[in-house]
Design a protein around this ligand. Structure first.
Ligand code: NDP
Length: 319
């Protein structure tokens, strides 16, 4: 298999990966970045971004990621198509296989592979993507001011999203498949006492309807029970909040991950337990998952990579 040695390998092309590439490029450590399956990352699936500082009139997700990319290229980042398909982080140089056909031997690795929102798996979720279906209330909630929306899920994320949306929308339905919420007590209470939120316990969403965008959801109440009921609920927006899946599978044998698969780093830093391997952005962030926080952690990862390489150089010369 073809082999190539690099100083700094960045895997992923969301805000974390590109920001790492900008900083690593300016630090002269010749970053090579592989874009992954979805160049530009999750943001390219949102419409407008209005909460990233520096864009007072908002910007499209793809437009912003093109700006990030251009800035990284300007400082010499070598940006390539390709997906990391295997990893060996047992010893330095770390070996990352790209597309199953090439091995990159890297002195430092910045993992910025992101996370994917989980969806129910309904064909309608794809049909209405960007047309009423979203998995990020902070990103898209603004478009539903004074409208009616539904949030699916019963965990802390769903409650948070419901509360956020309730500040914008005229009505929020929280669709919960069980007869109770999984969320923390405080979130349960907030949701239960919010005048704009109605919790639909024991409900499953089985389809969406409307042309061209969503105008309602098909619901089943108490599925499989003698009192099973099917009905349609008019809504304008359908938000998924049933969890995220971090893209960390190939690194799991070598790094600490939490029960959901998020890479565990030293608190406040992107350092993983493998020296010279850093994790930035959503793959290591179960809490915030914002473009700005991902970008900040990408910056930290590049600074750490540069320091690590300098230390290795110094130690080599001192020997
Ligand atoms: P969780 O895994 O906690 O909850 C997922 C929710 O989605 C559950 O109610 C689950 O239902 C439901 N769900 C899963 N699959 C389906 C499906 N196919 N159909 C219908 N419903 C489904 O994920 P969260 O993202 O809410 O939270 C992840 C972690 O992050 C948690 O530890 C949480 O506490 C934490 N968090 C903390 C916050 C804070 O402290 N501010 C904010 C947000 C998250 P069921 O209960 O039936 O399994």
């Amino acid at each position: 298999m073809e082999r190539e040695r690099v100083k700094c390998l960045i895997i992923g092309s969301g805000p974390a990966g590109y920001t790492a590439a900008i900083y690593a490029g300016r630090a002269n450590i010749s970053p090579v970045l592989y874009e992954g399956l979805q160049p530009g990352g999750q943001l390219t699936t949102t419409t407008d971004i209005e909460n990233f500082p520096g864009y007072p009139s908002g910007v499209s997700g793809t437009g912003m990621m093109e700006d990030f990319r251009e800035q990284a290229v300007r400082f010499g980042a070598d940006i390539r198509f390709g997906v990391a398909t295997a990893a060996d982080l047992s010893a330095s140089p770390y070996r990352i296989t790209i597309d199953g056909e090439k091995v990159i031997e890297a002195e430092t690795v910045i993992i910025a592979t992101g996370a994917e929102a989980r969806y129910l798996g309904l064909p309608d979720e794809e049909k209405y993507a960007g047309m009423g279906v979203s998995a990020c209330a902070t990103c898209d909630g603004f478009f539903y001011r004074k409208k009616v929306v539904a949030v699916v899920g019963g965990g802390d994320t769903a409650c948070e999203e419901a509360i956020y949306l309730a500040g914008l929308a005229s009505k929020v339905y929280l669709i919960v498949r069980k007869p109770y919420l999984r969320a923390s007590r405080i979130m349960q209470e907030r949701v239960a006492h919010h005048e704009n939120i109605e919790i639909l316990f024991g409900h499953n969403a089985v389809g969406l309807f409307g042309e061209p965008g969503v105008s309602g959801v098909h619901l089943v109440k108490n599925a499989g029970q003698p009192d099973e009921e099917r009905y349609d609920l008019p809504i304008d927006g359908f938000f998924l909040a049933i969890g995220h899946k971090p893209n960390s599978d190939i690194f799991k044998p070598y790094l600490d991950t939490d029960e959901t698969g998020y890479i565990v780093t030293e608190p406040g830093t992107p350092r993983t337990k493998a020296p010279g391997v850093f994790a930035a952005g959503d793959v290591a962030d179960p809490d915030y998952r914002q473009a700005i926080t991902a970008a900040a952690s990408g910056c930290k990862a590049a600074i750490e990579a540069e320091r690590y390489l300098s230390e290795c150089d110094y130690n080599r010369k001192a020997r």
